[in-house]
Design a protein around this ligand. Structure first.
Ligand code: SAM
Ligand code: SF4
Length: 465
């Protein structure tokens, strides 16, 4: 059985040895990152300890180029769906924590979940991240599995349907992950929150989440249970960001070593204020915008093929900046309270986990990212065609994923423009697609893309390669 593999002293030593790095060494590591083979923990420690603005500028340039080379200009969009907020844990940063007696506790019924999904489908969403608190009865595995099945079954006009549900729930045993897999989920996501043992202990005073090692090894158990795409993350603001980036990297390397494939995604949430949550109101180690951009860029260079997820915790200006530095997936039009998407949402449902930095609608987010030259994608092809886990990485590494991702992004975006977009977004979107047909696709592929786009205009849906 896998044991706790995070050694605090090792991470601290890596950071101490890398202090005040020589500029030539930093330049050498940046040059290596352009080879798209990733970086070692020692190399990442050196980049993290780089404080010189000119060198940080070079780090940003490298991250941008790596992102463009591997992912092109596409950004995958999803919506979080909170189904229940009862929780036995007392995480000091979260509005759902058990000591927050003022929170409206809600566990949505299957009818309410179906109504939430209808709203999301009618906005154009195809991908969900389903979440809940940790509670033995109000958020049991059986309840959660029924919620997933309910969401997949909801169909609306224009072929509206959810095609991929990723999940973010408390750690399970391998056999339970195996059971969960039968519902047809995509990625299982679980954040370690902090890789620093002492901080972890302080932040999780009571409840099952107290167990650092159980949480740390959960993604190994998920793989053992047959889940091929797993996602990890750290909640930035709880401890030193440099320490957390190395923790994430060590976690990724351990998964690769033990399971044959590293994480599919890394999430990088920053602490947001939350209702009655002391650590969120006054973060112990706030991460500045400058350091946040730096950490995104360094993660992109360290694990170039691992998707990086940004949520609506960040405000629109920051989101725009970090898209260019390596983010490949973003949430949009989010609510963090169960029941928050329903138009008739009453005060009783006001029960959010934390405040949002970006409260724009999906269409507003899409217009903005389109105008910045990113192509929004609702693609779910890889997962539906079995291009997951190691198979996905094998495709990604020789650069093939760009071919699939760019093309499928254009198809899924075209469908969105016809079925859901506002007039303004449609104009901006068509302009971007025309520009990509001119500049991105070479003759042979261009003809096939034009042909498929025509089929979409004639009414064909769910087109992908
Ligand atoms: N309850 C499960 C858990 O803790 O893993 C899964 C869902 S929990 C709702 C999802 C994540 O929200 C947590 O892992 C945590 O990182 C994040 N979160 C909690 N409070 C937050 C806050 N104040 N600001 C930003 N993210 C927060
Ligand atoms: Fe519960 Fe998760 Fe919030 Fe902790 S972060 S209180 S486990 S919902």
């Amino acid at each position: 059985m896998i044991k706790d593999f995070i050694d605090d002293t090792k991470i601290e030593t890596l950071l101490t040895s890398a202090k005040n790095p020589a500029p030539e060494r930093v330049r050498e590591i940046i040059a290596k990152a352009y080879d798209l083979k990733g970086l070692s923990t020692e190399e990442v420690a050196v980049l993290l300890q780089t404080e010189d603005d000119e060198l940080i500028g070079l780090i940003f340039q490298a991250a941008h180029k790596i992102k463009e080379d591997i992912y092109g200009n596409r950004l995958v969009l999803f919506a979080p769906l909170y189904v229940a907020n009862h929780c036995s844990n007392n995480c000091l940063y979260c509005g759902f924590r058990s000591d927050n007696k003022e929170l409206n506790r809600v566990a949505l019924t299957m009818e309410q979940i179906a109504r939430e999904v209808q709203v999301l489908e009618r906005e154009g969403h195809k991908r969900l991240l389903m979440l809940c608190g940790e509670h033995p009865t109000r958020s049991s595995l059986e309840y959660f599995m029924e919620a997933i099945e309910t969401a997949y079954a909801v169909k609306t006009e224009h072929g509206g349907e959810i095609r991929r549900i990723n999940v973010e729930i408390a750690p399970l045993e391998a056999a339970e992950y195996k059971k969960l897999k039968t519902t047809g989920i995509g990625t299982v996501v679980l954040f370690q929150e902090t890789y620093h043992h002492e901080t972890y202990k302080t932040m999780h005073p009571t409840g099952p989440k107290k167990d650092f090692a159980n949480r740390l090894t959960a993604m190994h158990r998920a793989q053992e249970g047959g889940i091929s795409d797993v996602g990890i993350g750290a909640l930035f603001g709880l401890y030193d960001y440099k320490y957390e980036v190395l923790g994430l990297l060590l976690h990724a390397l351990q998964l690769e070593k033990d399971c044959g494939v590293g994480p599919h995604t890394i999430s990088i949430p920053r602490l947001e204020p939350a209702f009655n949550a002391p650590a969120a109101i006054k973060p112990p180690h706030p991460v500045s915008d400058h350091d946040f951009k730096k950490l995104v860029a360094i993660i992109r260079m360290a694990v170039p093929y691992t998707g990086m997820i940004l949520s609506t915790r960040e405000n629109p200006a920051m989101r725009s900046e970090v898209f260019a530095l390596g983010i490949s997936q973003v949430s949009a039009g989010s609510r963090t309270n169960p029941g928050g998407y329903q138009e008739d949402s009453s005060e009783a449902f006001r029960a959010s986990q934390f405040n949002l930095g970006d409260t724009r609608t999906l269409d507003e987010v899409i217009l903005d990212i389109t105008e910045h030259g990113h192509i929004p994608s609702f693609c779910t092809a890889c997962y539906r065609l079995g291009r997951t886990g190691k198979d996905f990485m094998d495709l990604a590494k020789p650069g093939l994923i760009q071919k699939f991702c760019q093309t499928n992004a254009v198809y899924s975006f075209k469908e969105y423009l016809i079925d859901y977009a506002s007039a303004q977004t449609r104009v901006a979107g068509e302009k971007l697609i025309a520009q990509m047909l001119r500049d991105t696709f070479k003759t042979k592929r261009k003809n096939s893309v034009i042909n498929k786009l025509k089929q979409i205009e004639e009414g064909k849906r769910d087109v992908f390669i």
